[in-house]
Design a protein around this ligand. Structure first.
Ligand SMILES: [Zn+2]
Length: 277
C-alpha cells in the first residue's frame, strides 16, 4: 500500500506552518532520568498507551511568512530506525523543493534535528541561510562536544551560517524563544500574526505522556538536566496559564495542541484538525 504523506498545515494569522513528520522515534524509559520502569508503565497505561510499543514523534516544520520559506529542523535522515528519515519525502509531498527554502532555523544541534540537512554531496539546502543560536554554535564547535552530525553540518554550511542571540527576530512574526538546558542554545520559536500566537517548544519533552504528567522527569540527552527541568517547568506553567497553543518536536504528529493542568502535572490536548481550503 502507498504510505500517505505526514504533512499538516496550520494557519496563524498570515503565517502558514506546515508540520512534517520524520517518522516514529524509538524512545523509551531508558532515555529518561528520574523515573522507574513501573511508574513509566503505569503512566503510559493510564493514558491508554502501551509502554512496549509506543513510539515518540519527530517533527520538522516549514514556515511561510513575509514571502519567505523557513525550514525548522530536518529530521534524523534515517539514523534512528528504518521508519525515520521521512522529512524529505513529506516535504516534497507538501510541495516544497530543497531550493525553495531560503532560511533554515536550527532549534539545536542534536542529530535528530540536523542530520536531514545533509545530502549526498554536502548541504541539501544550497540556497538557504542557516541560523543557529550562538550558544549552540559555540558549544558544538568545541571538539569536546562535537558529533559526526555537527561536524558535517558545520563544515557543509560554513559559508551559509549565521548565529543569532536570545530573543532575536528571525523573520516576520518569528522570534527566538530561548529554552536552555537541553542544549545551551536550545531554541523554540514565537510565531505571532494577526493577534494569534503559537509557540514552538522544540525538545521541552521527549516522551510527552510521561514528562507532562511529571515535568521533573528529565532526558539522558540533556546537556544540563537541572536547567532543562527548570526551563520545562517554567514554560509549561506559562502556556497552561495563558492557554497559548504549542508545537513540540517530539509530540506525536503533528505535535500541535494545548497544555492543560491535570491532577498531577499536565496533559496535552491536541488542536482540532483543520482542513485546507
Ligand atoms: Zn530532539
Amino acid at each position: 500500500m502507498t504510505r500517505l504523506p505526514d504533512a499538516q498545515r496550520l494557519e496563524i494569522g498570515d503565517i502558514t506552518v506546515t508540520a512534517l513528520s520524520d517518522g516514529p522515534l524509538p524512545l523509551g524509559v531508558d532515555n529518561l532520568v528520574g523515573i522507574e520502569k513501573d511508574e513509566y508503565a503505569r503512566l503510559m497505561r493510564e493514558r491508554h498507551l502501551d509502554a512496549e510499543t509506543w513510539r515518540s514523534g519527530l517533527n520538522a516544520f516549514v514556515i511561510e511568512t513575509g514571502g519567505r520559506k523557513i525550514l525548522v529542523d530536518a529530521g534524523v535522515a534515517g539514523n534512528m530506525g528504518e521508519r525515520t528519515g521521512r522529512v524529505a519525502a513529506n516535504m516534497a509531498a507538501a510541495g516544497y523543493a530543497p531550493d525553495d527554502i531560503d532560511t533554515i532555523y536550527v532549534t539545536h544541534m542534536h542529530p535528530d534535528h540536523i542530520a536531514g540537512l545533509m545530502g549526498e554531496d554536502g548541504a541539501r539546502f544550497g540556497k538557504a541561510v542557516l541560523k543557529v543560536h550562538e550558544a549552540d554554535h559555540a558549544h558544538f564547535s568545541d571538539e569536546a562536544n562535537a558529533s559526526d552530525a555537527t561536524r558535517a553540518m558545520l563544515k557543509a554550511y560554513e559559508d551559509q551560517t549565521e548565529t543569532f542571540a536570545t530573543g532575536a527576530d528571525i523573520a516576520t512574526g518569528l522570534r527566538n524563544l530561548h529554552l536552555p538546558g537541553h542544549t545551551p542554545g536550545h531554541s523554540g520559536l514565537e510565531i505571532q500574526s494577526g493577534g494569534s500566537t503559537l509557540l514552538l517548544l522544540t525538545d521541552i519533552v521527549h516522551i510527552a505522556p510521561v514528562q507532562l504528567a511529571n515535568p521533573d522527569v528529565g532526558t539522558g540527552f540533556d546537556t544540563d538536566v537541572e536547567q532543562a527541568r527548570a526551563t520545562r517547568k517554567a514554560i509549561l506553567d506559562r502556556v497552561a496559564s495563558d492557554e497559548t497553543p504549542i508545537l513540540g518536536s517530539h509530540i506525536t504528529f503533528p505535535g500541535a495542541g494545548f497544555i492543560e493542568r491535570a491532577e498531577t502535572g499536565y496533559r496535552f490536548v491536541q488542536l482540532p484538525y483543520s482542513h485546507d481550503d
